[in-house]
Design a protein around this ligand. Structure first.
Ligand SMILES: Nc1ncnc2c1ncn2[C@@H]1O[C@H](COP(=O)(O)OP(=O)(O)OP(=O)(O)O)[C@@H](O)[C@H]1O
Length: 588
């Protein structure tokens, strides 16, 4: 059999086979290096993007987070899914595209060398191959546009997956409320979640039909191309007496060219998805750059910016404000001067604008009308980071992180010494119960109700060896649980006061919320408040008479306007005053 083959044939067979074996080995090594390099590049890129995205998100104004498309579930999903999608836009896909392009070009070049006539004719079919790939692209983009349009027409204007993620994060964050509202509520939420997933499922199936047809076309055209080459080669051999060997090599290289071009185009949809994710991510990073410099958290100060609050005198001058998402003003021409070290209570019905004043003082939102002065300087001239460092804020519902008590306290000042931590815990009337945690485990809710997750937290707590027991008791290493769930309401509030005090702020804002506390905790909390306010300018958003009594000045707000102000006694004596009526409805 071998004897009948011409030496030229054997020779070139050996050359080609040897060439392909060398190519196979080369490809193996190349692929290995290629994958390592590109996954390294990809990982570095995603790490860099995650860092950038995080730092730009964390420095956004609160109003940015107020929008429904910025729900926690959507934003955390972006860090996982969208950032990972970016890999498709960079190293891996581009490496494959490069590989496929090189494959295509080599195939074309070799086919021209061996059988140029046939190569020339078959080139006429290439546009159909490209059309297959392009059609996949067009269909993909149309489906993205349609689904976005469909969603935009919806009241929520959000991607269905994003809406499902937002709901999921809401449920997880508020899991206690969800479960406590009973099985019916859980069932309702489950149905709602399923309903939200129905829409993307429907869109996905519709998309699958269309892209199936297009993908089928692009695959079909590749094999039609192969059939066409075979047919054409037989014509060239028998009709035009072309050399069979040259034709064989030419046909083979054209196959490679066709396969190369096919894989090139099949990679493109993942590029499209990546582009979509890149748009989402860079929109956030880019808008960070557009935010006015003075509004950015942690912005390096320019020469005009005041460093820290020296005394703590506050003046609101004709301040008017409306939230960006609303047309109605929630503060109207509000003016008030609070001398240094004074305790001022803001009272008024729910929604009268008390917390809004705190929001503006902390520059969580920016006002356009009127001004706020601190120590006679415009609030906007202070560096935002340093300003917030000089103001202690205890929120209505203090939020603790699932870290130790000590870590929660130093969250306000990571450089605080153990002595300072102990001091502020004492001032906040928290030292006693913290110490009790180390001595008397009865206080530990995780012991009373041993849920599996509590047990894990308890074990973690025992593992924590970082606390210097000579100054701080082991109680400081107790984990607080998700949102402080392992502590009582009063304990959480006192730790929040300690956290505010660790910064030694000149100004203290207390959004007092004692309604959830029992009498003993309330008393403890009030003592803590009194101690905390000594020597600081304090604004108390008051809900209880017991706190107002000790304040130097009381301002009564109604629909964002100051309607009355005076001392507790002065306002209480006037039976016609707004405060008089308000007082009778207030808790003791
Ligand atoms: N982020 C926000 N976006 C839009 N409107 C808001 C926002 N926060 C508060 N509001 C609205 O502004 C008004 C004033 O709210 P604010 O929280 O200042 O009232 P408050 O007097 O502190 O109420 P409460 O005593 O119940 O805490 C309310 O009508 C409220 O609905």
């Amino acid at each position: 059999m071998l004897g009948r083959l011409s030496p030229t044939f054997v020779n070139s067979r050996n050359i080609w086979c040897g060439g392909f074996v060398a190519l196979a080995v080369g490809m193996g090594i190349f692929e290995y290096i290629n994958r390592i390099l590109h996954s390294q590049l990809g990982e570095n890129l995603t790490l860099g993007i995650r860092k950038k995205l995080f730092s730009s998100m964390i420095s956004k104004n609160i109003e940015w987070f107020d929008k429904k498309e910025r729900a926690p579930g959507i934003l955390s999903g972006m860090f996982q899914e969208d950032v990972s999608q970016l890999k498709g836009l960079t190293s891996q896909t581009y490496a494959l595209i490069l590989e496929a392009t090189v494959c295509l070009l080599i195939g074309i070049a070799l086919s021209f060398l061996n059988t140029w006539k046939m190569a020339l004719v078959t080139r006429s079919v290439v546009p159909f191959l490209i059309l297959g790939g392009m059609a996949e692209q067009i269909i993909f983009w149309n489906s993205v546009k349609n689904s976005t349009k469909q969603v935009k027409d919806n009241e929520d204007q959000l991607d269905p997956y994003d809406r499902a993620n937002a709901l999921l994060s809401d449920i997880i964050i508020n899991y206690k409320t969800v479960i406590s509202l009973g099985e019916k509520n859980v069932e309702f939420l489950l149905q709602k979640y399923q309903a939200l997933l129905e829409e993307p499922k429907r869109i996905g199936i519709k998309q699958a039909h269309i892209s199936g047809i297009i993908y089928g076309y692009s695959q079909c055209i590749r094999f039609l191309f192969v059939a066409f080459i075979f047919y054409l080669s037989s014509i060239f051999i028998f009709k035009y007496n072309d050399e069979p060997e040259d034709t064989y090599v030419g046909v083979y290289t054209l196959f490679i060219a066709a396969i190369g071009s096919g894989s090139l185009f099949s990679q493109l949809p993942s590029v499209s998805k990546s582009k979509q994710s890149a748009n989402k991510i860079f929109e956030i990073i880019e808008t960070h750059k557009k935010v006015k410099k003075d509004q950015r958290y942690g912005q390096v100060m320019n020469y005009q910016q005041k460093q820290i609050i020296q005394q703590g005198e506050i003046e609101f001058r004709n301040l008017s404000f409306k939230y960006p998402s609303r047309d109605k003003k929630v503060l109207n021409n509000f003016s008030l001067k609070i001398p240094m070290g004074c305790k001022v209570a803001l009272v008024g019905h729910s929604g009268s604008g008390k917390s809004t004043i705190a929001n503006l003082l902390l520059r969580l939102y920016d006002y356009e009308e009127g001004s706020i002065l601190i120590d006679g300087n415009n609030l906007k001239d202070y560096d935002v980071k340093l300003l917030r460092n000089s103001i202690g804020y205890v929120m209505q519902e203090p939020l603790l992180f699932n870290i130790s008590i000590k870590e929660n306290i130093i969250y306000g000042n990571s450089e605080a010494s153990d002595d300072q931590i102990k001091e502020v815990a004492e001032m906040a009337n928290a030292l006693q119960f913290i110490d009790d945690f180390s001595e008397n485990q009865e206080h530990n809710p995780s012991k009373a109700f041993k849920l599996p997750q509590d047990q894990v937290m308890h074990e973690q707590q025992n593992e924590d060896q970082n606390i210097d027991t000579t100054i701080l008791s082991q109680g400081f290493s107790k984990k607080c649980g998700l949102k402080g769930s392992l502590l009582s309401g009063g304990q959480k509030q006192r730790i929040a006061i300690a956290r505010a005090l660790i910064k030694d702020p000149k100004i203290l804002i207390l959004d007092e919320a004692t309604s959830a506390l029992d009498e003993q905790s309330q008393e403890s909390f009030n003592i803590a408040l009194e101690k905390a306010m000594i020597g600081r300018t304090s604004i108390v958003i008051a809900h209880r008479l017991s706190t107002i009594r000790n304040c130097d000045w009381i301002c009564v707000l109604h629909h964002g306007k100051m309607v009355e102000q005076g001392t507790f006694q002065g306002l209480s004596d006037d039976e016609d005053s707004y405060f008089y009526k308000l007082k009778s409805g207030m808790e003791m």
